[in-house]
Design a protein around this ligand. Structure first.
Ligand code: CUO
Length: 675
C-alpha cells in the first residue's frame, strides 16, 4: 500500500479494500496534528481494515528529508545518492516488519515520493523478512515517467465517467515526441519503449550505489556487469539504428563540443508538477554550480577523471588511495574498472577516479540550467527510469564503452585452447520460425498497462492504457552437434546475433562486427555421444524476462505475496523485455548472422545452488544473492582482441554460424488476440 498512489497520505484509506493506517498523533505532519482526531474518524470509520501503526522511537531522518517533497530525485546526483543511502540503511535497520511499517507510515508523508519508493524497494529487495514480497511495477506507480501526460487527463476523465470494468483503454500513440523531420525519431520506438526503460530502472535498483550494508552494493562482478549490460545496450541500439538507416551512435568524447541531438521528452512529473525540461539541439555541457543540489563541478573535472582512466589503462594499473599501484589483470581488471567508472562506494579510489559515468549523466541532464538560475530540474538523463529515452544516453554510453574497450584490447587474444572444446563439433546452427528457416519476423503489438495505482485522487479501480511496441514471432534455434569424445559431456551453448553490413552497405570488418554481437541466449546442455540435435525456444532466453514480468500484467496479478509468481518479483523484474529480443529488421529483410558456440561446461561452471533463485534473465542481471552463473568473462568469446580477420576465420570446430534475415511487417496486432 505504501507504493500505491504515491502522493496520497497513508492516513487516507489506501488500496482496493480501503485500509486505514491508525498512527500515533506525533506521526501526523505538523499541519495535520491538531486535526488528527477529525482525520481519524473521517478516514478510519469507513475502512474495511485498520492497521495499527506501532509508536516507535524515530531515527534521525534529517538527511533524507532535505530533499523537498515535490522535487525530482536522481540516483546520479551525489547528494541524492547519499540521502537515499541513509534512508535505505534506516529501512534495513528496522528490527521487524511492524517497525518497518511504522517508519514507512511516518516517512510516506515527509520523504520525497520518488526517493521513498526507491529506498523502500531496495530495502524490500534486501531484507531477509521481506524477500518475496510483491512490489507493484514502477510503471504503474509512476506512470508519469513512462508516458505522454495527455494520457492521464484522458484516464481521469474515463475513470470519473465510467465505472471500473467498463472502461475502455486509453490509447498512447507510438510516436509523440518528434516528427519525421527528426531522423532520430526512427528509433524512438526503442528508446521510449516502456519495458526497456523499466529494465534499466530495475537494473539500477538491483545494483544500488550506496549503503552501509556493504552486501547490498558489493555484489559479485558488479562492475563487470555494469560494463557488459551497458555494452549490450549499445550493441542492440546500434543494430536498431542500422535497421533504420542511421549510423551507429557516435561517442560523446569531446565534452567541449555541442551535443547535436536535441530531445523534448513531453513528460510531466506528477509529483513535482513540472514538465521534464528539454535539451535543445546544439547544447553544450557547462560548469555546474547548483547549491540546491550541492553540486559544484567543472567540465574540466570530468576531463581529469577521464585522463586518469586512460592513464590507468595505458599502464594496466590503478592508483590506490595509499599511492600504491594495483594491476588490472585478465581476471578482475574489468570488474575493478567498472566499479571505478560507475561509480559506487565499492570504487577502489573514488577520490582519484571520481564519478565519471554518473557525473556525465548529471552534466548532460543540467545542460539547460547549469547554475539553477531558472530554477529548473534535471532532464531525462538524470533519472535511470527515463535516461534511455534520450539519444544522448547512447552517445554517452558509447563513449564509456569505448574506454572499457581500450582496456579489453590490451588483453591478449584468447588462445585456441580457450575457445575450442575438443571432441565437440557444432555442425550447424539455424533458426526456424513460422515464416521459414533462417527468417525472423517482427511487427507492432498493442499491450495494456494499468494506471490505476499511480493516479492519485481519482475514483478507485483500474484504468488501462494501451501502448504500441515492437514484437516478434517466436522461433526455435536448431543446433546440430557431433560429440566424438566417446561419452556424454556438459556444454554451455552461447548464442549471438550481429549485423553483417555497415551503414554504407559494406561488409563489417570483424573487429567492428564483434562489438555488435548481441547475446540472445546462454544455457547449459548435456550432449550425448554421437550426433544430436538441440532445439531451443526463443522464449527461454537467458537475456529476457517474459512480457508478464516486465509489466506485471493481469495474468500475474493479484499476486499473493507467498506465491511462486510473486516470489522475489523485483529482482525478477530485472531483465531485457522479451518483446525486444531481436532488432526490428526491415520490410525488405535485414541480413544478420547467427552465431553459436558450445564451450566446455567444466570451464564455465560456478558451483552454487540455484534453487528458488530467480535466474531466468541472468545474462544482463545476474542472480540474486548468488554469483554470476558463468565463470567466463562477460561477452566471451567476443570480448578480447583477435587476429581473425573475419567471423568465419574466428571459428573453431565447436562454433557455427548461419545467415538469417529479420523481416518487419508494418502491421499491429493486439496482445492476447493473436493465434
Ligand atoms: Cu545505466 Cu548510465 O548507467 O545509465
Amino acid at each position: 500500500l505504501f507504493f500505491d498512489r504515491p502522493t496520497e497520505p497513508c492516513f487516507m484509506q489506501k488500496g482496493e479494500e480501503k485500509t486505514f493506517f491508525r498512527m500515533p498523533t506525533n506521526f501526523y505532519p505538523d499541519k495535520y496534528k491538531s486535526s488528527s482526531n477529525v482525520l481519524e474518524s473521517r478516514f478510519g470509520d469507513g475502512a474495511s481494515r485498520t492497521i495499527e501503526v506501532r509508536n516507535i522511537a524515530l531515527p534521525d531522518l534529517s538527511l533524507p528529508m532535505q530533499l523537498p517533497y515535490q522535487d525530482q530525485f536522481s540516483l546520479f546526483v551525489p547528494k541524492h545518492r547519499k540521502m537515499a543511502g541513509k534512508l535505505i540503511d534506516i529501512f534495513m535497520n528496522m528490527r521487524d516488519l511492524e517497525d518497518l511499517q511504522s517508519i514507512c507510515s511516518y516517512c510516506q508523508m515527509r520523504i520525497n515520493p520518488y526517493m521513498f519508493n526507491y529506498c523502500l524497494s531496495v530495502a524490500i529487495l534486501h531484507r531477509d523478512d521481506t524477500k518475496g514480497l510483491d512490489i507493484p511495477t514502477f510503471a504503474e506507480t509512476f506512470p508519469d515517467k513512462f508516458m505522454d501526460p495527455k494520457v492521464f487527463r484522458r484516464a481521469r476523465e474515463v475513470s470519473t465517467v465510467v465505472t471500473a470494468g467498463d472502461r475502455l483503454p486509453v490509447l498512447i500513440p507510438l510516436n509523440y515526441t518528434a516528427s519525421e523531420s527528426e531522423p532520430e525519431q526512427r528509433v524512438a520506438y526503442f528508446r521510449e519503449d516502456i519495458g526497456l526503460n523499466l529494465h534499466h530502472w530495475h537494473w539500477h535498483l538491483v545494483y544500488p550505489f550506496e549503503s552501509e550494508v556493504r552486501s547490498i552494493v558489493d555484489k559479485d562482478r558488479r562492475g563487470e556487469l555494469f560494463y557488459y549490460m551497458h555494452q549490450q545496450i549499445i550493441a542492440r541500439y546500434s543494430a536498431e539504428r542500422l535497421c533504420n538507416n542511421l549510423g551507429r551512435p557516435r561517442r560523446f568524447n569531446d565534452f567541449r563540443q555541442p551535443i547535436e541531438e536535441g530531445y523534448f521528452p513531453k513528460l510531466d512529473s506528477q509529483v513535482a508538477s513540472r514538465s521534464w525540461p528539454p535539451r535543445f539541439a546544439g547544447s553544450t555541457i557547462q560548469d555546474l554550480d547548483r547549491p540546491v543540489d550541492q553540486i559544484r563541478s567543472d567540465v574540466s573535472q570530468l576531463e581529469t577523471w577521464r585522463d586518469r582512466f586512460l592513464q590507468a589503462i595505458e599502464s594496466m594499473a590503478i592508483t590506490l588511495p595509499n599511492g600504491r599501484q594495483m594491476a588490472l589483470d585478465e581476471e578482475t581488471g574489468i570488474d575493478i574498472l567498472g566499479n571505478l567508472m560507475e561509480s559506487s562506494i565499492i570504487s577502489r579510489n573514488r577520490n582519484f577516479y571520481g564519478d565519471l559515468h554518473n557525473m556525465g549523466h548529471v552534466f548532460i541532464s543540467y545542460s539547460h540550467d547549469p547554475d539553477h538560475r531558472n530554477l529548473e530540474q534535471f532532464g531525462v538523463m538524470g533519472d535511470s527510469a527515463t535516461a534511455m529515452r534520450d539519444p544522448v544516453f547512447y552517445r554517452w554510453h558509447a563513449y564509456i564503452d569505448d574506454i572499457f574497450l581500450l582496456f579489453k584490447n590490451k588483453l591478449p587474444p584468447y588462445p585456441r585452447e580457450r575457445l575450442d572444446f575438443p571432441g565437440i563439433r557444432v555442425s550447424s546452427v539455424g533458426v526456424e520460425s513460422v515464416a521459414g528457416r533462417g527468417l525472423l519476423t517482427t511487427q507492432w503489438e498493442q499491450s495494456t498497462v494499468d494506471l490505476g495505482r499511480g493516479l492519485d485522487f481519482t475514483p478507485r479501480g483500474s484504468v488501462l492504457a494501451r501502448f504500441t511496441h515492437l514484437t516478434h514471432d517466436n522461433f526455435n534455434y536448431v543446433i546440430k552437434v557431433n560429440n566424438t569424445s566417446g561419452s556424454g559431456v556438459m556444454g554451455t551453448v552461447r548464442l549471438f546475433i550481429a549485423p553483417v553490413r555497415d551503414e554504407q552497405g559494406r561488409p563489417l570488418p570483424f573487429n567492428e562486427q564483434k562489438r555488435l554481437m548481441i547475446e540472445l541466449d546462454k544455457f547449459t546442455q548435456s550432449i550425448p555421444a554421437g550426433t544430436s540435435t538441440i532445439r531451443r525456444s526463443s522464449l527461454d532466453s537467458s537475456v529476457t524476462i517474459p512480457y508478464e514480468r516486465t509489466f506485471r500484467a493481469q495474468s500475474a496479478r493479484p499476486g499473493d505475496p507467498g506465491s511462486v509468481e510473486a516470489a522475489e518479483f523485483d529482482f525478477c523484474g530485472c531483465g531485457w523485455p522479451h518483446h525486444l529480443l531481436i532488432p526490428k529488421g526491415t520490410s525488405q529483410g535485414y541480413p544478420m548472422v547467427l552465431f553459436c558456440m558450445i564451450s566446455n561446461w567444466n570451464d564455465d561452471r560456478v558451483a552454487q545452488d540455484l534453487v528458488g533463485a530467480c535466474n531466468d534473465a541472468a545474462s544482463y542481471c545476474g542472480i540474486r544473492d548468488r554469483k554470476y552463473p558463468d565463470r567466463r568473462a562477460m561477452g566471451y568469446p567476443f570480448d578480447r582482441p583477435t587476429p581473425a580477420s573475419s567471423l568465419r576465420d574466428f571459428l573453431t570446430p565447436n562454433m557455427a554460424i548461419s545467415d538469417c534475415t529479420i523481416r518487419f511487417t508494418d502491421a499491429t496486432r493486439i496482445r492476447g488476440q493473436q493465434g
